[in-house]
Ligand binder design. Structure first.
Ligand code: GLU
Length: 443
């Protein structure tokens, strides 16, 4: 099997694109040899090297890998040759209508309650008509002549799909300036590279109907198709490519784990529960293309955060060590990790607690009504060695001595020792902070 992910380098990847990339990689069995990365960069004006670089960075970050990499801009000869074959076969014909002409035709059809389908008037032009038009300086664009009949395929997600070619307009394959639109290069590449499965967004379903005819006209067998419904945001609106906050670059910046993104995207739109996965190999084994439903899944950043939290909470000391070191938390030990991991949403949150435990930390002045209490707490601070029972022993004593309980007992201590109202269990934090620092913070 051979699959391809075919981004246009005209923007950054967002979660919707990542979902398509991931589905391709997972269906490819996680085997780089089964995946081609194709850059659809025939639009010279909008394609940019910085987006190519950005897409590569994002895919690497997710752990998606491929063997072959192709750029459509380097394969124009192939498209040209295919176009010539289609012309010879009478399937590609020149049209001279201007954008305004076409708009006018569309409006007239709509006014009559008809679908805005090109009426093929260019097919009626004689050789002489064309010569006249061209001597007037008109340049043709080229349309693919769809064959009559039903176009049918069994979609891996949508099931049986049928289109009556009569309801489709002959698509423009080549612009007036001779450049190719998306339609033909994609089919030519899929045929030339021997792509067996095309997974892409639902926005391409009609293109598939056309491309099936293109494959046939070029003497190639169409691949299998799977069209994933497009993700929508919390309001049910489509996720736009330009929505920066959902770009992978942004998620990375927020410190989210690539496996949180993968785990969410692999299950979103299926009836399977969203749960953390250890690594991409586990996702490969779990993956089943037919699980995807036909309704548009809602992408909620809060789901991603929850999943990220679960992944961090479950991160073993063994795996956490290198991550902590990379963040400069050189003194962090296993007891510290065990104490704080349950309070982290993203790994970088650890810095806060690292500062509390290992840093020089000046607590805010305590509230007036807590001053005496904290002085008493300092006086009652047990001698070291400290362990997980120290906190309880100390606060039990304070409770008996002061009559304070619950929040009034615990909160001033937590605030003085950590500078925060919430956080990891104090029984774990206290021995980590140690007597010296604890005493300093209670003054
Ligand atoms: N460049 C197209 C896109 O990003 C590719 C569609 C396809 O997979 O054929 O939508």
């Amino acid at each position: 099997m051979l699959l391809r992910f075919a981004p246009s380098p005209t923007g950054l990847l967002h979660v919707g694109n990542a979902r398509v990339a991931l589905a391709n990689f997972l269906l490819a069995g996680g085997q780089p040899a089964n995946l081609v990365l194709r850059f659809d960069d025939t639009d010279q004006e909008r394609s940019r090297q910085e987006y190519v670089d950005g897409i590569l960075r994002d895919l690497h970050w997710l752990g998606i890998c491929w063997q072959e990499e192709v750029f459509q801009s380097q394969r124009i000869d192939l498209y040209q040759a295919a176009a010539e074959r289609l012309m010879m076969a009478g399937r590609l014909y020149p049209c001279y209508e201007s954008a305004e002409d076409l708009e006018y035709m569309r409006r007239r059809l709509r006014a009559r309650g008809l679908p805005p389908i090109y009426d093929r008037s260019a097919l009626k032009l004689t050789e002489a008509d064309r010569i006249i038009l061209e001597t007037q300086g008109r340049k043709p664009h080229w349309r693919f002549k769809l064959a009559e009949g039903t176009i049918a395929w069994t979609d891996m997600v949508r099931g049986d799909c049928r289109y009556d070619a009569a309801h489709l307009a002959d698509p423009v394959l080549i612009r007036e300036d001779g450049t190719f639109l998306y339609m033909l290069p994609s089919a030519v590449d899929d045929a030339d590279l021997g792509i067996t499965h095309v997974i892409r967004g639902e926005d391409h379903v009609t293109n598939t109907a056309v491309q099936i005819q293109l494959f046939e006209a070029l003497g190639a067998t169409p691949p299998e198709f799977a069209h994933l419904p497009l993700l929508v945001d919390a309001d049910g609106k489509g996720l736009s490519k330009r929505l920066g906050s959902l770009s992978l670059a942004d998620l990375r910046e927020q410190g989210l784990e690539p496996m949180a993104v993968n785990a969410l995207l692999a299950r979103l739109g299926t009836s399977e529960p969203i749960e953390p996965f250890e690594d991409i190999d586990h996702l490969v084994r779990d993956f089943d293309m037919t699980r995807f439903g036909r309704s548009a899944p809602r992408f909620d950043p809060a789901d991603l955060e929850r999943l990220n939290q679960k992944i961090i909470h479950a991160l073993s000391w063994e795996l956490a060590q290198a991550r902590l070191r990379a963040l400069g938390c050189d003194h962090a030990d296993e007891a510290f990790w065990e104490a704080v991991r349950g309070n982290l949403t993203v790994m970088a949150d650890v810095m806060e607690w690292y500062g509390v435990v290992y840093g020089a930390f000046n607590p805010e002045a305590p509230a007036e009504e807590d001053r005496d209490f904290l002085a008493q707490a300092l006086a009652a601070l047990p001698a070291e060695p400290w362990d997980a029972r120290t906190w309880k022993a100390w606060t039990d004593t304070l409770k008996a001595d002061t009559g304070r309980k619950g929040k009034a007992l615990f909160l001033p201590l937590r605030r003085a020792l950590t500078g925060r109202d919430h956080g990891p269990e104090m029984s774990a934090m206290l021995p980590l902070i140690g007597r010296k620092k604890a005493a300093e913070r209670l003054v």
